[in-house]
Design a protein. Structure first.
Length: 295
């Protein structure tokens, strides 16, 4: 069962779909969804939003299902079918960006635009030292996950600025327990472990240079987890990961979690993306038909 929050706005030009990162749930986007659905702020551009708890996060349990990026896309397809949402703009943060790209690869003619906030690929050259060191503890995380050593709280809310503080120093004596408690606000350790493995298994997709869906790469100026060259290589140059129809936007004074460290800057960027919604002149293809074609 996939948990999500759908806020429908009358006469919306379309729907923005939000996919969070590791160790979070849909509430990480509360400041964005409340802004974008508010007609009192901007009557012309208010739109419907859908924010999903990815499997293994929030109220979407793993339920013994093997976690994978394609599996997350299958879950998203079911949610969009349930709510009869076609041609969305998909906003993916970190892990969510990998899922957004996979969805757009499956459905290039039925995805309006991608917003990739600090995307991440499991390649050491794109990860900072802090993340590479954390990966060395994956076997321990997996073992603690089996034992349910850090159970997830019954109720969490990531919409507050409590995540704005610095991550615990990775080399301190309390680093790993502190970091795990920091992450497991909304993710039990087994969900965290299996999602990291899914990102690792997915690697760098070989279809990026052939992507047809336009994308906006949204990069934080002070991202402490992902090397800046990833966004640069996605945006320009002759790299195997360069997206052919993309642009890059920088969010100033923001760390990796731009939704909390500079919500105003991110909100304005997302508001601009709403202009990508245009009346379609082609016959609509129902999502359930498209799902059948990829199974």
């Amino acid at each position: 069962m996939i948990n999500y929050e759908f806020t429908e706005v009358e006469n919306s030009p379309g729907t923005l779909v939000f996919l969070h990162g590791l160790g979070q749930d849909h509430s990480i986007f509360d400041q964005q969804t409340s802004y974008l659905t508010n007609r009192f702020l901007h009557k012309r551009y208010a739109c419907s939003t859908l924010a999903v708890d990815l499997r293994g996060h929030g109220k979407s349990p793993t339920e013994g299902v093997r976690i994978s990026i394609p599996g997350h896309v299958n879950d998203l397809e079911e949610v969009l079918l349930e709510e009869d949402i076609d041609d969305p703009i998909i906003i993916g943060f970190s892990l969510g960006a990998a899922i957004a790209l996979e969805y757009a690869h499956r459905h290039p003619n039925n995805t309006t635009h991608l917003g990739l906030i600090n995307p991440i690929f499991d390649d050491p050259k794109y990860l900072t030292r802090k993340v590479r060191l954390l990966y060395k503890f994956l076997p321990i995380i997996g073992a603690l996950g089996v034992l349910d050593y850090f159970p997830r709280p019954e109720k969490t809310d990531l919409s507050t600025p409590k995540l704005l503080g610095p991550l615990p120093p990775i080399l301190s004596s309390h680093a790993i327990p502190s970091l795990l408690r920091y992450i497991t606000e909304t993710t039990d350790l087994w969900g965290l472990y299996t999602n990291i493995l899914a990102l690792n298994e997915h690697g760098i997709p070989n279809y990026l240079r052939d992507m047809k869906v336009p994308a906006t790469i949204i990069q934080s100026s002070n991202d402490e987890l992902v090397d800046k060259k990833l966004a640069e290589e996605l945006f320009r140059g002759d790299h195997k990961i360069t997206l052919p129809n993309s642009r890059k936007v920088s969010i100033r004074n923001a760390n990796h979690v731009a939704m909390l460290s500079n919500p105003h800057g991110l909100n304005l960027t997302l508001k601009e993306l709403l202009k990508c919604f245009k009346p379609s002149k082609k016959p609509k293809v129902r999502l359930d038909d498209r799902i059948k074609s990829v199974k």
